[in-house]
Design a protein around this ligand. Structure first.
Ligand code: PLP
Length: 397
């Protein structure tokens, strides 16, 4: 069979491969401590579930408008506008089956073959995959480890802008580092966007997964609302990863194009689930808040244990459910100096399963520090304690 040439350029989310390895190890009768996948082992709030069931029973099971049901588009426009201090209406919203479809639809709408796209690396691997699949040139920018937070290397970002640069991907709050842009970083990025006439994909999948303070958005800065497309998802905040519901949010002229892509790709997002999303946005938030409280407890426990391990240094991000500890010293100590042998040996010896820097884009030239990613969204506190306790014993002995 001769596949289309573009398939050779399609990447993947290699975290799923780590999941498969962990599952195979567990199938041999071994205990696994799953820190690899950004999925939640928490239930969708009961009121959200009930709204979906009610809508289904009431017959909301046929096709619905391609851009989503008007009630949800209106409520989401109000909600997103209030949180970001901008003014969107339903015409700025295209409902999607998840957050992820916004990534490819953004590139299909705005990128021509050969256009350069600046994207975060380490970062969510689907950006690199989709840029290259659609014939663009993926140009990475990196992060600097600060005292309290990872920061975008804005000097690197600026130095990589060329006359062919057309798009920028900004994932604030970030997977995998947990990085959150300061106001100064956002202002610098807005300045570059204006100066170089860029369009921005603002991946805000984790906007509402935060434990203190308030999330900021690039769209709140002057002129940005006309240049930014937001990736919004219900997956994380209502523990709805498997339901598949999200939205693309941006200027009407682009949203109209995105809705035309919806018509071509999936006709519409799941009809009755959109009523569940309305309940999530307007109904009782007790259980949604409990999800955050549970995640915060897990974060604190994991960070405390990690920082107690010789050769590991872990920041405590206020948002996302990821940790990106620097494990350079620990790897040296164990003599396992390449990522794959460290990851596989730790799995074999302790059952602790995680992703490494290699799962988040091709490493940049000159990187000399080693990082792994621990997701604490799918593991309870007693298991965090046991698993990371085993990791500590393995590294220190
Ligand atoms: N963007 C980032 C940064 C993510 O980490 C994820 C999921 O892990 C997504 C987008 C996709 O979200 P969804 O599961 O809603 O498609």
């Amino acid at each position: 069979m001769k596949l289309a040439d573009r398939i050779a350029r399609l990447g993947t989310e290699t975290a799923f491969a780590v999941s498969a390895e962990a599952a195979a190890f567990a199938a041999q009768g071994n205990k696994v401590y799953p820190f690899h996948l950004g999925d939640l082992n928490l239930k969708t709030p009961a009121n959200v579930q009930a709204a979906a069931i009610k809508a289904m029973q009431e017959g909301r099971t046929g096709y619905c408008p391609n851009g989503g049901i008007p009630q949800l588009r209106e409520i989401l426009a109000e909600d997103v506008s209030a949180a970001r201090n901008v003014k969107y209406t339903m015409e700025n919203i295209a409902i999607q089956p998840g957050g992820k479809p916004t990534i490819s639809k953004f590139f299909m709408s705005l990128m021509n073959p050969g256009d350069e796209v600046l994207y975060p690396n380490p970062g969510y691997p689907i950006y690199e995959s989709q840029i290259e699949f659609h014939g663009g040139k993926a140009v990475p920018y990196g992060f600097i480890e600060g005292e309290k937070n990872f920061e975008i290397d804005t000097d690197m970002l600026e130095s990589r802008i060329t006359p062919r640069s057309r798009l920028l991907v900004l994932n604030d709050l970030q997977n995998p580092t947990g990085a959150e842009c300061s106001m100064a970083e956002l202002e610098k990025i807005a300045e570059l966007v204006r100066k170089h006439d860029l369009w921005v994909l603002c991946d805000e999948a984790y906007f509402d997964i935060r434990y203190q303070g308030r999330s900021k958005s690039l769209v709140s800065l002057p002129d940005m609302v006309d240049r930014c497309i937001i990736l919004y998802t219900f997956s994380k905040k209502f523990a709805m990863t498997g339901w598949r519901l999200g939205a693309t949010i941006g200027p009407k002229e682009i949203i109209d194009v995105i809705i035309k892509l919806n018509v071509n790709d999936e006709s519409c997002s799941n009809h009755f689930i959109q009523y569940a999303a309305i309940e999530g946005l307007t109904g009782d938030l007790t259980e949604a808040r409990q999800i955050l409280a549970t995640l915060k407890e897990r974060r604190d426990q994991a960070v405390d244990i990690l920082n107690d391990i010789e050769g590991i240094k872990c920041l405590r991000p206020d948002a996302t459910f990821y940790l990106w500890p620097n494990v350079t010293g620990a790897m040296q100590k164990t003599g396992l100096t390449d990522y794959d042998s460290f990851r596989k040996t730790v799995l074999q010896q302790t059952g602790v399963s995680f992703c490494t820097r290699l799962h988040f884009g091709r490493p940049l030239e000159g990187e000399d520090q080693y990082y792994i990613r621990l997701a604490y969204s799918g593991i309870n506190t007693p298991e965090i304690e046991k698993g990371l306790g085993k990791l500590k014993a393995f590294i220190e002995q």
